[in-house]
Design a protein around this ligand. Structure first.
Ligand SMILES: NC(=O)C[C@H](N)C(=O)O
Length: 331
């Protein structure tokens, strides 16, 4: 007989655990108000899929996600998936920063077992709440024999996306998560888990014991680009103690001239500056020779919020500028 799998659900809050005044309210709710036990007991069908245990790691709106909670998730995933007897992990999480936590975990937890993040766009109390089915699908994927070695996943709205690729694209729609360049990794169709391909991205080297891990991450600021930007915020970022700046430039990470000059000056002071893009999709490449001359790096396939995470971890590891550029091309 096939052994029943043991899936742990680590809850962090979000709209999936949101409580509103009425069934028609889809905003103005308290994110994280519903406990993990209540979330699990609202979906009795979970017990048909696996042995499911719940743990409350946090109860926040994910706009307030902290690196402390993210480190705790890393620690708990490693522990449960090695010695703790978990066959897979589901993390319930607000959608606003789900892609960031998913990417952080994907760089730091080296496992063949599934780690699946899920959430909801409508609170638990809403008519047609999407959380229960998302949770069921997430547990289905985490318990599935075909999800091993697929890296950290996001399962929402019957779709499976990879942590590196996925981004939240819509403020309200339940169909908000997309992988703009690569497309979804798979789907959960009528309860059947299907993958279309394998992701290529891996955890960072030495991810199981990163020097300084658990400590505060180096300060990296994101600046949002626009036509006419005079770059004044570059200096503000430097004054605030930033060790890195991600500039969400236009198109292929284009920098208005005053921004380029100010970033070049910041680099001369030892700051690591990286061009990313405010566009939803596409890579950022070296593009201009002047960027290279100024040692301004480029984010490759990473959007600004994920580029920030990679840069923080690279700075934590004490990597130099050329090693950091290599990381942007691989992770
Ligand atoms: N749909 C959601 O989960 C949004 C919510 N603000 C959160 O990220 O916690």
């Amino acid at each position: 007989m096939k052994q029943r799998k043991h899936i742990y659900v680590l809850a962090t809050g979000g709209t999936i655990a949101g409580q509103a005044e009425s069934g028609v309210a889809t905003t103005g709710y308290r994110a994280g108000a519903v406990s993990v036990d209540a979330l699990l007991s609202a979906v009795p069908e979970l017990s048909e899929l696996a042995e499911v245990s719940g743990e409350q790691v946090a109860a926040i709106d994910s706009k307030d996600m902290t690196e402390q909670i993210q480190w705790e998730l890393v620690r708990r995933c490693r522990e449960l998936l090695t010695a703790g007897g978990a066959d897979g992990i589901v993390i319930t999480h607000g959608t606003d920063t789900m892609e960031e936590t998913a990417y952080f975990l994907s760089l730091l937890v080296d496992t063949e077992k599934p780690i699946v993040l899920t959430g909801a766009m409508r609170p638990a109390t809403a008519l047609s709440a999407d959380g229960p089915l998302n949770l069921l699908d997430a547990v289905r994927v985490a318990a599935s024999d075909v999800a091993g070695g697929m890296g950290v996943l996001v399962v929402m709205n019957n779709q499976i996306d990879g942590a590196h690729d996925v981004t939240k694209t819509h403020t309200m729609s339940v169909d908000t998560f997309r992988s703009p360049d690569s497309g979804a990794l798979g789907r959960v169709n009528d309860g059947e888990v299907t993958f279309f391909r394998r992701p290529v991205h891996t955890p960072l080297p030495h991810s199981q014991s990163l020097p300084g891990e658990g400590a505060s991450l180096p300060q990296v600021r994101i600046l949002y680009g626009y036509g006419g930007d005079d770059g004044a915020l570059v200096e503000a970022a430097v004054r605030s103690g930033a060790r890195g700046i991600i500039y969400a430039g236009m198109g292929n990470g284009s920098l208005p001239q005053p921004v380029e000059q100010r970033l070049a000056a910041a680099v001369r002071q030892g700051i690591v500056a990286v061009r990313s893009s405010r566009g939803c999709g596409g890579s950022v490449t070296q593009a201009e020779a002047s960027y290279e001359q100024a040692h301004i790096l480029y984010s490759g396939t990473l959007n600004p919020q994920k580029a920030r995470i990679l840069l923080q971890l690279a700075l934590l590891q004490g990597r130099d500028r050329s090693e950091i550029q290599e990381l942007f091309l691989r992770y």
